[in-house]
Design a protein around this ligand. Structure first.
Ligand code: SAM
Length: 281
């Protein structure tokens, strides 16, 4: 039997690819990630009909490089997620965070929540389920959830709102019945959830096309892939984006550090409240 040898990735090519990934996304690829990178990029090489990484690096640096750089990011990002992952955040959302925000919305105010690395959508839809359960008449008020991710394939998937049996495992059966329609082995989110969501492709390290004014930001399990500078810069930008008393939720193995620490107080495990900005709400 003929066994095809996968193309080899030299140290120089690995370095070039790691530089591009870091430049474009802030994600650090250490030597330990080399095997993972090769496994994922070998697939890209096959799709593109390229024989090796020399040609791939030439493509990345050439005039058509932009398109492939996006595909490459899709290949290297880790998209693991789940409905109601780190459930204590959603309990806090329901019990502490949403009640005053619902009052603001009922009085005609604007309320905005943001899932800043939404992956395939389980996180922002869990936020939306929490909102709908606490505020069934939300459709009549100005409350929206923005869900963004750097990976265009993930944003597309999140926006489609169709989940497999594996994804919905662990979701409470009553919630499943209320918020999803089953078609064969797929589960599609119903309109009341969909209507409060907006989706967009967004790289956290580039310009953000909105001005300040979020009440809640979920940015969980993404800064673990960034270097210290990129992470600390991001915390400062979140401090800027949040209303005074706005809430930031981060991943279980992450911590808010650097100069932005002065702009937040710790309110619970990996839950921070912004103290810096005065907004005339
Ligand atoms: C492990 S998932 C976390 C998903 C979700 N927040 C959760 O905790 O379940 C990390 C996500 O971060 C996204 N990501 C990585 N770098 C990013 C960047 N620079 N800007 C925006 N999203 C990024 C990835 O595409 C991926 O979907």
């Amino acid at each position: 039997m003929l066994v095809e040898t996968p193309p080899a990735l030299t140290a120089e090519q690995f370095g070039r690819i790691a530089d591009i990934v870091r430049e474009d996304s802030g994600i650090i690829l250490t030597e330990a990630k080399r095997g993972m990178l090769m496994a994922r990029l070998n697939r890209r090489l096959r799709v593109l009909g390229l024989s090796g990484y020399g040609a791939y690096c030439t493509l990345l640096d050439g005039p058509d490089g932009r398109v492939e750089r996006r595909n490459m990011l899709s290949a290297v990002t880790t998209n693991v997620t789940a409905f109601f992952r780190e459930a204590h955040h959603f309990n806090t959302l329901t019990q502490q965070v949403l009640p005053p925000l619902i009052d603001i919305a009922r009085k005609g105010g604007r309320v905005r929540l943001w899932s800043a690395a939404c992956s395939s959508g389980e996180e922002p839809y869990s936020m939306a389920i929490s909102v709908l359960e606490a505020f069934p008449e939300v459709a009549r008020y100005d409350l929206l959830i923005l869900a963004t991710d750097i990976d265009p394939l993930m944003v597309e998937k999140a926006q489609a709102g169709v989940f497999s049996e594996t994804s919905i495992q662990g979701l409470d059966p009553a919630r499943l019945r209320t918020h999803f329609t089953r078609t064969g082995s797929s589960f599609e989110v119903r309109a009341p959830l969909r209507n409060m969501m907006r989706f967009a492709e967004l790289n956290l390290h580039q310009e953000w096309p909105f001005s300040a004014g979020f009440d809640v930001i979920f940015c969980r399990n993404v800064v673990i892939y960034f270097d210290e500078n990129a992470r600390r810069r991001l915390w400062l930008r979140f401090a800027d984006q949040l209303q005074a008393d706005g809430h930031l939720f981060i991943g279980h193995s992450e911590r808010l550090d650097g100069p932005a620490s002065a702009a937040f107080r710790l309110a619970g495990p990996t839950h921070y409240i912004s103290i810096a900005r005065e907004t005339g709400r």
